[in-house]
Design a protein around this ligand. Structure first.
Ligand SMILES: Nc1ncnc2c1ncn2[C@@H]1O[C@H](COP(=O)(O)OP(=O)(O)OP(=O)(O)O)[C@@H](O)[C@H]1O
Length: 267
């Protein structure tokens, strides 16, 4: 089930939104430095859904921050070849004084999209995340799941190229445990919605989680990071697995995750 190099090369034809070449990231210097990532090689193909899995503190958020340009690597090289990557966090982080539609419009406003066009785009995206008719609600009037839907619509607005400068570049969504604060039923519904939206938009997604089931359900590929420092230790091609194959993949990946955690604990 582990993807071969040949498989990876087949998947990686065309423009890749993200490529990591031997990326390292350390916080601080000298003996007290915290090495969060070490020699990470990773790529995401256009339109691909990749789940990044690892134990708490292994550097998953650090890796997403590097892709988003919120931080810089200490070593190695990152190629980001997408129209502006957008991030969805664990908490929706909406502007409380803006309506749902206002929040979705915000990145469009910042990109200089004319008013009528951004209104129409926000309405279209709110419909895509099944919040049609709720655009005038403020965040406090919405449930946690609804707020994450707004955050997803805003991220989609942000990653769409409206200026023409990113023409031809694939879009990329970065998602940092976006459903982990939600109850199990809402999480299940939103996972299904995310798959639908991914298929409808064709955006590439790099999705961080520490939930193996979630990773196998959502991803085409699951990439396992070791415990600190985070390194890619294994990856699995889980595209289209359902039923028993999916359960087998979950067991196998759970075993590998436990192994990297216990190796770290023993170190
Ligand atoms: N700004 C920073 N300064 C110092 N250390 C940091 C900083 N950001 C992250 N770290 C450290 O780097 C390591 C990786 O952190 P990161 O948040 O990327 O892990 P994670 O895998 O996302 O964890 P979790 O699953 O718990 O969210 C941790 O040891 C963390 O303490």
């Amino acid at each position: 089930m582990t993807a071969t190099i040949e498989d990876r090369q087949t998947m990686s034809t065309g423009v890749q939104p993200v490529r990591f070449h031997q990326v390292g990231k350390a916080f601080g210097q000298g003996p007290k430095a915290v090495v969060a990532l070490d020699q990470v090689d990773l790529e995401v193909a256009a339109g691909e859904f990749v789940c990044l899995l690892g134990a708490s503190g292994c550097g998953k958020t650090t890796l997403l921050n590097l892709v988003a340009g919120l931080d810089r690597p200490s070593s190695g090289r990152i190629e980001v070849n997408s129209s502006r990557p957008a991030v969805v966090f664990q908490e929706a982080a909406l502007m409380p004084w803006l309506t749902a539609a206002g929040n979705v419009e915000l990145p469009l406003r910042m990109a200089g999209v004319p008013k009528a066009q951004r209104r129409a785009k926000a309405a279209e995206l709110l419909e895509l995340v099944r919040l049609k008719g709720l655009g005038d609600k403020r965040p406090h009037e919405l449930s946690g799941g609804m707020r994450q839907r707004v955050a997803l619509a805003r991220a989609l607005a942000s990653t769409t190229d409206h200026t023409g400068t990113g023409a031809g570049k694939p879009s990329l969504l970065l998602m940092d445990e976006p459903f982990s604060a939600l109850d199990a039923i809402t999480r299940d519904v939103l996972q299904g919605e995310l798959l639908r939206i991914w298929r409808a938009t064709g955006t590439a997604i790099l999705f961080v989680t520490h939930d193996v089931r979630e990773a196998v359900r959502l991803g085409q590929r699951v990439v396992l990071l070791s415990s600190r420092p985070g390194r890619v230790v294994r990856e699995w091609d889980v595209d289209g697995l359902t039923g028993t194959p999916e359960a087998t993949a979950v067991d196998e990946i759970n075993g590998a995750l436990r192994e990297v955690i216990s190796r770290h604990a023993a170190a």
